[in-house]
Design a protein around this ligand. Structure first.
Ligand code: SAJ
Length: 452
């Protein structure tokens, strides 16, 4: 079928009849699910990644992403509807390209835009009239207009006429059994109305709900609001934990009772700090941008201060608990239970457990960890391996610190064999008393003897 009319109409036609070839740059936990949703919608998809290892793995029909079965990849490759490549020249075939590359922070908590700039330059080299480019990576407001648009216009292309540029935040929640790329509403903000129209049509082809907004800045801010909301509320509930500790009140009782309010309240839980590649980092993108405009985002900075203090709070709890046993941290043998940044996943990025381990070792403790999801990890250049959680290991420990509340752990066995448990996740609540003395993350009433 030949399409006629403006560049936009031709592109909309190719999206509608699935003759468009789609590209995804970055085949990680965001890009690969998106690429496969496009395949399922009937498009041929070119996945580009700089990692030859990832490309080879995918082309051999395997998956490196927890939520994507290898069979799904194998079928997409076998039908010829999906190809993974490290060759950027293959992107010239694409009618639309989504960018899903990392946006980490530098050591000074400033945005590291290297991956985005590299992807933008790659696309610029392959760009042609009739191309739609959508940035999905979480970033500061203004990135799409200030970094992406000029690189494409430098090719002599006019945004909104020859080429269509938008931002659409990724909302992938790895391991979420309910929400996935297809059924999570997708916000889209384009440089021009035509850009919104084209980008919305692109995502409507494979995602149940598309939410257009008036600009890429609005879409960039939507994502930052979502995750800053979480960081600030986690910071609040961590401060309430400290308040409860000083008042001798059980913070979990307070939170669980507050959560009975059927409106106007959303439950967050205190913990050893915040980890992952979203919540600890995303708000700093907004804080950084506002600093360039001479504005201090106090909520973000305060939440970050409280959340990043929690590992120290935990280590002080451990020190106090050992002190109650007339033991020093120095020379004590400690098992850290769980190092992943949240329950039932294998990701240790930014995990507060790494800080807890470091701080305990700085005080002279002998620290090992057990995490059924994390067999080993590299930290500061050396490997650590998970120890087996035997009864002997539990008895060996002067203290067991529950940092990640994986559901697969037999916490009753920990209670029955350990001498002391510092429980930062309230996993011991309601269990039968065992040998262990349990010290909660925050409860001024020192729990001597039995588990709460
Ligand atoms: N945390 C708390 N207390 C809470 C909630 C979380 O201490 O009440 C800690 C977690 O232990 C973890 C960190 O905060 O260390 C982040 O937890 P998270 O539940 O926010 O999980 P993430 O980092 O995987 O966040 C992702 C985000 N998804 C996207 O950015 C697309 C976030 O927007 C989701 O709301 C979140 O998943 C989710 O709800 O699972």
């Amino acid at each position: 079928m030949t399409n006629t009319g403006s560049t936009k109409d031709v592109l909309l036609g190719r999206i509608a009849d699935r003759s468009a070839v789609l590209g995804v740059i970055g085949l990680g936990y965001v890009g690969l699910p998106l690429a496969l949703e496009f395949v399922h919608a009937g498009f041929r998809v070119i996945g580009y990644d700089v990692s030859q290892r990832v490309v080879d793995l995918l082309m051999s029909g395997q998956s490196h992403i927890q939520d994507i079965p290898g069979e799904t990849v194998r079928q997409a490759v076998a039908t010829g509807m999906f190809v993974a490549t490290t060759r950027e020249d293959q992107l010239v075939e694409c009618d639309a390209i989504s960018i899903a590359v990392p946006t980490p922070l530098s050591k000074t908590r400033d945005p590291d835009m290297a991956y985005v700039l590299s992807a933008a330059d790659t696309i610029a080299r392959q760009a042609h009239p009739g191309l739609c480019v959508v940035l999905e990576s979480t970033t500061y407001p203004g990135t799409t207009r200030e970094l992406l648009q000029p690189r494409l216009e430098a090719k002599g292309l006019t945004v909104g006429t020859d080429i269509f540029v938008a931002f659409s935040p990724e909302r992938v929640d790895p391991g979420n059994p309910v929400y996935n790329t297809k059924n999570t509403p997708k916000v889209v903000g384009g440089i021009t109305p035509a850009c919104v129209e084209v980008a919305s049509a692109l995502y409507t082809s494979c995602i149940d709900t598309v939410v257009p907004v008036s600009s890429p800045e609005a879409a960039e801010l939507v994502k930052l609001l979502e995750n800053t909301f979480r960081a600030v509320n986690i910071g609040l509930v961590n401060e309430i934990a400290i308040v409860c500790d000083k008042l001798g009140v059980d913070v979990w009782e307070v939170i669980n009772a507050a959560a009975t309010k059927p409106f106007g309240f959303m439950k967050f839980t205190p913990g050893p700090g915040i980890g992952g590649h979203c919540i600890p980092l995303d708000p700093h993108y907004l804080a950084w941008k506002m600093r360039t405009l001479n504005y201090k985002t106090r909520f973000i900075d305060l939440a970050s201060e409280i959340n990043s203090h929690m590992p120290e709070w935990v280590v002080q709890k451990v020190a106090d608990a050992l002190n109650d046993e007339r033991k020093a941290v120095r020379g004590s043998r400690i098992v850290v239970l769980g190092v992943a940044y949240k329950r039932d996943i294998d990701d240790v990025r930014e995990s507060p457990a790494l800080d807890v381990i470091r701080l305990l070792e700085e005080r002279g403790a002998e620290v090992v960890y057990h995490d059924p999801f994390v067999r080993e990890f590299r930290e500061d250049g050396h490997m650590r391996a998970s120890v087996t959680l035997t009864d002997e290991r539990l008895t060996w420990a002067d203290a067991v610190v529950v940092v990640t509340d994986h559901q697969v752990i037999d916490y009753q066995r920990v209670l029955d064999h350990a001498a002391l448990v510092v429980d930062t996740r309230n996993v011991m609540a309601g269990r039968a008393a065992g040998r262990a003395r349990v010290v909660p993350l925050a409860s001024g009433a020192r729990a001597l003897g039995t588990a709460p």
